[in-house]
Structures are given as structure tokens and as C-alpha cells.
Design a protein around this ligand. Structure first.
Ligand SMILES: Nc1nc2c(ncn2[C@@H]2O[C@H](COP(=O)(O)OP(=O)(O)OP(=O)(O)O)[C@@H](O)[C@H]2O)c(=O)[nH]1
Length: 347
């Protein structure tokens, strides 16, 4: 999700969010504000859907639901990162609140002054001319106060957008693998959950089930031991690139663990999935990487793979476990090969 909004747009979201919060009698604190800002921006379909459903059911969001929505949709980042962002949201909210209350005090004073001048004018007080000058001065003061509030709100809106960008970035970082740029296990588990739910929902369309491909570099410890950890990292990166460009439409490639990878292939026949796995195996066999110490070109890198189709109604864990079983069979049979398990747990 990208938050490349203009200053005007962000100010509009800010107003809309405050409006929703007022209608909902929501507490004015950063967590609640973040949820309603996100809702007002219209950028987060899942959050909007959940908020609308809650409003329809319970009319108003309570603190518990608001916190849950925040944790589920906005703060999927590590605790320290979330706390830092919440602290800064707090600061922005405090600034807005003190500027608003200052403008409120000025407005009250202005109203009282207007009332007293109006009384005097009605009594045809001979000091009317002086009072008019005073009204003019007070009006200018009031205008200054409102301009001040407006610029404070604009600055706060900009800060909010910046914080939103940070949240997006932190969420992205939380699900990506720094070495390869692939998504990590956490990101993959979420993608797998979504893929399986959407497949189960569209079963009537006779859509092909997704297939899962689990891959593990062979004798990787030996590679590390022989050529060093940095060389091992290069091998991991090269394998990641091969998986990333395996070529299946809508595929999700992830680094599942140290030297283990996973490829989710939605709407793919087992035959095609096996072909993709075989293709990956052959490409890994052709990898050559220069050893920066000896300058020699190192090859003989191989990978073992397991492939299996999703079986209607099963859990993600059972799907993964069968792919793991297939991978284990490839290792047991001598490595550098692909094993397919179509339905049962026997390879
Ligand atoms: N260079 C590097 N090594 C890693 C990384 N993550 C895990 N490893 C190493 O990967 C090795 C995995 O070794 P094992 O689990 O014994 O498996 P293997 O040697 O590949 O043997 P098989 O899987 O049975 O073929 C360990 O030595 C880990 O230290 C990483 O990010 N970089």
C-alpha cells in the first residue's frame, strides 16, 4: 500500500477521520486516529469492510475492536517499531489538540468581546467609534489565531502522511528477507492463507488448485564450510533469483528458512508444477559463482525439491507438511531431484 497523497488530500483525510471519530464518539488517541485515518483514506479495502460490518452490527466501534483493527491492519510490525510510531502519533495528536484548544479559547474571548461591544453600540454609547477600532483589532487577532491553527493542522497532516509511509515501509520490511529480497516465511504464510481462502471461495468455478513447491539447497553446510559464509550467501541469492523468475503467473516465491525456499503456484496443474520444479533444478545445476578468495569458478551446486497440489479443505499446515514430505523424499533418494506427491503421504 502506498501513501503518496498530496498535502490537500491528507488534510481532507484528517478532517474526514476527525468527523468519523466524532460521529462514533471515538476516543481521541493515536490508535483510534490511525484506524479512522486509514478508513477515511479509502486505501485499505479489508479494513473498510471490517469497520463497515462492525458499524452495521454494533453501531459504534468500541475500544477493543479499534485496537484489534489497528493491530491487525496497521501495526503488523515489530513491537519497538509500532511503539515508536505510536509515540510520534501521540505527539502529533497532542500538538493538534493544544492548537485547537488555544484557538477555542481565542474564539470564546472574541465572542465575549463582540457581545460587550454589541451591548454598548445598542446603548448608543459615545465611545462607539473606539469600539469599532477595537473590534477590528480583535478580528485581526482572531484571524491570526485561525491561520495559526490551519498551518498547524497542515503540518500535522504532513507528519501523519510521513508516519503512514513509515508504517507501510516497516510492514514491508517485516515480511521481506534482507539477503534475497524475497518475502520471508511470515509474508509467505499470509500469502498462502489468502490464496487458499480465495481458492476455497471460488471452488464452483472449477479452478485448478494451487500447487506448492518446497526446495532446499543440497549439502549447504559443506558449501559454507568449504568456501565461507559469504560465498554461501551468494549461492542463496542466486537460487532466490532462479525461483523468483520461475515464470509462473501470480506465483509467490519466498525464502522459507536458511537455505530453504518455497514457491506457491496458484491455479497450476501438478504437471506444470513438476515441470517448473524440474526447470529450477536444472538452472541451479548450472549456477557458477566465482570464489573471491581463490578466484576459482565454483559449480556443482544442486537443489532438492518437493511438489504437491492443495487438497480441498485441508489446512495450510497439512499442505506444507506434504510438500516437506516430498522434499524429504528427494533428499533421501540422493538429492538433486524432484519428488511429487499427488494425494497421499507416500512419495
Ligand atoms: N551462508 C549462509 N548460510 C546459512 C544461512 N542460513 C543458514 N545457513 C547454513 O545452512 C546450513 C544448513 O545445513 P543443514 O541443515 O545441515 O543442511 P545441508 O548441509 O544443506 O544438508 P542437506 O539439506 O541434508 O542436503 C547450516 O550450516 C547453516 O549455518 C545464511 O543466511 N547464509
Amino acid at each position: 500500500m502506498q501513501y503518496q497523497v498530496t498535502k490537500e488530500k491528507s488534510a481532507e483525510y484528517l478532517r474526514l477521520a476527525v468527523n468519523h471519530m466524532t460521529q462514533q464518539d471515538a476516543a481521541f488517541h493515536p490508535v483510534s486516529y490511525a484506524v479512522w485515518y486509514e478508513y477515511a483514506s479509502g486505501e485499505h479495502a479489508k479494513l473498510i469492510e471490517e469497520v463497515d460490518a462492525l458499524i452495521e452490527k454494533e453501531k459504534k466501534l468500541n475500544e477493543k475492536s479499534t485496537t484489534r483493527l489497528f493491530q491487525h491492519h496497521i501495526a503488523k510490525i515489530d513491537d519497538a517499531g509500532a511503539q515508536a510510531i505510536i509515540d510520534r502519533f501521540s505527539q502529533v495528536m497532542t500538538d493538534i489538540s493544544s492548537s485547537t484548544s488555544k484557538a477555542g479559547e481565542d474564539t470564546t474571548q472574541f465572542k465575549n468581546a463582540l457581545q460587550s461591544w454589541s451591548d454598548k453600540i445598542q446603548q448608543r454609547d459615545h465611545t462607539s467609534d473606539l469600539n469599532l477600532q477595537a473590534i477590528l483589532n480583535q478580528t485581526l487577532n482572531m484571524q491570526g489565531s485561525i491561520n495559526n491553527l490551519q498551518s498547524k493542522l497542515e503540518t500535522s497532516a504532513e507528519e501523519m502522511v510521513r508516519l503512514k509511509d513509515e508504517i507501510t515501509k516497516a510492514r514491508q520490511e517485516a515480511i521481506s528477507d534482507g539477503l534475497t529480497g524475497l518475502i520471508n516465511r511470515k509474508g509467505f504464510d499470509a500469502a498462502l492463507g489468502q490464496c487458499l481462502s480465495s481458492y476455497e471461495l471460488q471452488l464452483d468455478n472449477l479452478q485448478k488448485p494451487p500447487c506448492l513447491l518446497l526446495a532446499d539447497i543440497d549439502y549447504f553446510k559443506k558449501i559454507n564450510d568449504s568456501y565461507g559464509h559469504l560465498f554461501g550467501d551468494k549461492v542463496i541469492k542466486a537460487v532466490a533469483q532462479i525461483l523468483q523468475s520461475a515464470g509462473a503467473a501470480h506465483q509467490t516465491a519466498a525464502r522459507y528458512g536458511g537455505e530453504e525456499f518455497v514457491l506457491l503456484l496458484p491455479e497450476t496443474s501438478l504437471e506444470i508444477a513438476e515441470k517448473i520444479a524440474e526447470d529450477i533444478r536444472k538452472k541451479v545445476e548450472k549456477i557458477t559463482i566465482k570464489n573471491s578468495v581463490s578466484q576459482a569458478q565454483i559449480s556443482n551446486i544442486t537443489i532438492s525439491l518437493g511438489v504437491t497440489p492443495y487438497l480441498h479443505g485441508e489446512s495450510p499446515e497439512s499442505f506444507i507438511s506434504r510438500a516437506d514430505q516430498a522434499l524429504y523424499a528427494s533428499k533421501a533418494k540422493g538429492r538433486n531431484q524432484v519428488t511429487v506427491i499427488s494425494k497421499t503421504m507416500s512419495a
